[in-house]
Design a protein around this ligand. Structure first.
Ligand SMILES: [Mn+2]
Length: 464
C-alpha cells in the first residue's frame, strides 16, 4: 500500500474526469473452490486496489462526483470472525490508511443508492466479472443480473484506463520488484532443466520462489514442451532430450504489481541447428520489437514490423515463400504467430483487460485488424511514456492450424506447407520481456535481464 495521499489524489483526479453521478467500486469477494468454506487464494480487484488500496474482501468504495463525498462500506468483524481469523484493524482504521474518514456498514449502501436513483443520478461501475458481485450489483441497483454486465459505465471505464495506463514512478518500482522475483523463478528453470525431470518439478520450484519472494504468480505458469499451445497449463510430461521447453511465468509483488517473462530453452542443454535458427530468429524479432517501442509509435505498426522479421527468417528457412511485404499484408505470418506481440502490464498481468480490450488497446485512430492472428493483438494504439508493455514474439508450429490452412489453401502463395508439416513436433519458441516506454524510447524492466541470446541461454543452463 502507498501513502494515503496517493489514493486521495487518484480519487480526486478520477472524479474530475467524470461529469456527474456516483462512482461505485466493489471489492472482490472470496470465491469457493470445492466446498463453500474452502476458497481460492483471494485476489483483490485491481481497480479497487488502485483507488482504495485495501486488500480485504466484501467492501464497496463509494464516491460522489459532485459533492466529493467518499465512503467505504464495510462490515466490521464480529468476535466470531476474530476467533477464526485473528485480530485485524477495524475498517475505520484501515480506511484512514487510504485517506477515507467515513465507514458505514454494507447494509447502508442501499439507502445511498436508492437516494441516487430517486434523484435520477447515474451510478457508475466497471464491468463486473465475479458472479457474487454481479448478483450484489443486481440487487443494489435493481437491474436484472443478465443486464448488470451491459450496464457498466463506459465513461468510468475510459477515465480509469486513462489513469492506470500511465504508470507512476512508484508503480514502476513495484513492477521492477515483481520482475526481480520473475528473474529468480526463470533462472531456477534454467538451472533445473534436464532430461528425465518432470515439467511439474520445475513448475513447483518456480511456484515456490514466487511465494517465497512475493505473493505468488501473476497468472498460472505456462511450462511445457508443447510450447506451440499458447496457454498450456499442463505440466505432466517428462523432460526429453532434444525437445524445447517453453516457460512463460510471472510473479506478483507484495503490492500486487506483476511481471511476465518467457524464455524457451533446449532440454538437453544444446539446440539442434533448426532450433538454433528459429531461436535466433525470435531473438531478432524481439530485438526489433524493443528497438521500435517508443512514444507516438503504434504498437500495431511494431507488431507488423516484427511479423516482417519473422516472415523474412521463415522464408530463409524455406517455410515461407513469396514477397515478404505481401505476405505480411495478407496475414500469412499469423500461421506461426497467431497472437499479438504484447500487452499492457501493471496491477493485472494483462493490465485492465477486464475493462475491455478495445478501450485499453484501440482508439478512434487505430482499429483492430480483423485478420486472423492480427486480431488477437491486445494493444494496437500509440505508445506513450509511462506505459509498461510486454514484447513477446514467437514462432509456433501448431499441427491443427497448419492442417487447416493447408486444407483451405489459406495463404498458399506464402506458405511452404510441405516444409511446415515437417516441423510438427518442434513445439514453439517465445521470448518475452517487460519494458517501460520512456520519453526517448524504452528500457527493459528488472535489475537484471534474463539470459536472452543463444549463447547466454546455454551458459545459464550449464551454470549449476
Ligand atoms: Mn505476456
Amino acid at each position: 500500500m502507498f501513502e494515503a495521499e496517493i489514493y486521495i489524489e487518484r480519487r480526486k483526479k478520477l472524479r474530475e474526469k467524470l461529469s456527474s453521478g456516483i462512482l461505485l467500486f466493489p471489492a472482490n469477494s472470496e470465491s469457493s473452490m470445492n466446498y463453500p468454506g474452502n476458497c481460492f487464494h483471494f485476489r483483490q480487484d485491481s481497480s479497487f486496489l488502485y483507488y482504495f488500496g485495501l486488500d480485504t474482501p466484501d467492501m464497496f468504495g463509494y464516491m460522489d462526483v459532485e459533492s466529493g463525498e467518499e465512503i467505504l462500506f464495510a462490515d466490521e468483524l464480529t468476535i466470531e470472525d476474530i476467533v477464526w481469523m485473528g485480530y485485524q484493524p477495524t475498517f475505520a482504521d484501515q480506511a484512514k490508511e487510504v485517506g477515507i474518514r467515513k465507514v458505514l456498514p454494507v447494509g447502508k449502501l442501499q439507502d445511498y443508492l436508492f437516494k441516487a436513483a430517486s434523484q435520477s443520478r447515474k451510478v457508475h461501475y466497471l464491468p463486473p466479472y465475479q458472479g457474487k458481485i454481479i448478483l450484489l450489483l443486481s440487487q443494489l441497483l435493481n437491474i436484472a443480473p443478465a443486464m448488470v454486465g451491459n450496464s457498466y459505465s463506459i465513461e468510468l471505464v475510459k477515465a480509469v484506463i486513462a489513469m492506470r495506463t500511465i504508470k507512476e514512478d512508484r508503480e514502476i518500482e513495484e513492477i521492477e520488484k515483481a520482475c526481480q522475483v520473475g528473474y529468480e523463478m526463470h533462472i531456477s528453470a534454467f538451472r533445473n532443466c534436464r532430461p528425465g525431470k518432470s515439467e511439474q518439478e520445475l513448475y513447483g520450484i518456480m511456484e515456490g520462489i514466487a511465494y517465497q519472494l512475493g505473493t505468488g504468480t501473476s497468472f498460472p505458469t505456462i511450462l511445457s514442451q508443447n510450447g506451440e499451445t499458447l496457454h498450456n497449463y499442463n505440466h505432466y510430461q517428462i523432460l526429453t532430450e532434444g525437445r524445447l521447453l517453453l516457460v512463460d511465468a510471472g510473479a506478483e509483488a507484495l503490492s500486487h504489481y506483476c511481471s511476465d517473462h518467457t524464455r524457451t530453452i533446449p532440454v538437453s542443454g544444446k539446440f539442434t541447428p533448426f532450433q538454433a535458427e528459429i531461436y535466433n530468429l525470435v531473438v531478432a524479432a524481439q530485438a526489433k520489437g524493443i528497438e521500435l517501442s517508443a512514444p507516438e509509435v503504434t504498437n500495431q505498426s511494431i507488431h507488423l514490423a516484427v511479423c516482417k522479421v519473422l516472415a523474412e527468417g521463415l522464408k530463409e528457412a524455406g517455410i515461407m515463400k513469396g514477397n515478404v511485404d505481401d505476405a505480411v499484408a495478407a496475414g500469412a505470418p499469423a500461421l506461426f504467430l497467431p497472437c499479438g506481440l504484447g500487452h499492457h502490464m501493471g496491477l493485472d498481468v494483462h493490465d485492465m483487460e477486464g475493462l475491455g480490450e478495445d478501450y485499453v488497446g484501440y482508439d478512434e485512430v487505430i482499429k483492430r485488424i480483423p485478420l486472423f492472428g492480427y486480431n488477437r493483438l491486445r494493444m494496437g494504439k500509440a505508445l506513450k511514456p509511462g506505459m509498461v508493455m510486454t514484447v513477446e514474439p514467437g514462432v509456433y508450429f501448431i499441427p491443427s492450424l497448419i492442417a487447416k490452412w493447408e486444407a483451405e489453401g489459406t495463404n498458399k502463395e506464402f506458405i511452404n506447407f510441405e516444409a511446415a508439416k515437417k516441423k510438427i513436433g518442434f513445439g514453439g519458441i517465445r521470448l518475452e520481456d517487460d519494458i517501460l516506454i520512456t520519453p526517448n524510447g524504452n528500457r527493459i524492466l528488472g535489475e537484471k535481464r534474463l539470459p536472452t541470446t543463444l549463447e547466454e541461454v546455454l551458459a545459464a543452463m550449464n551454470d549449476n
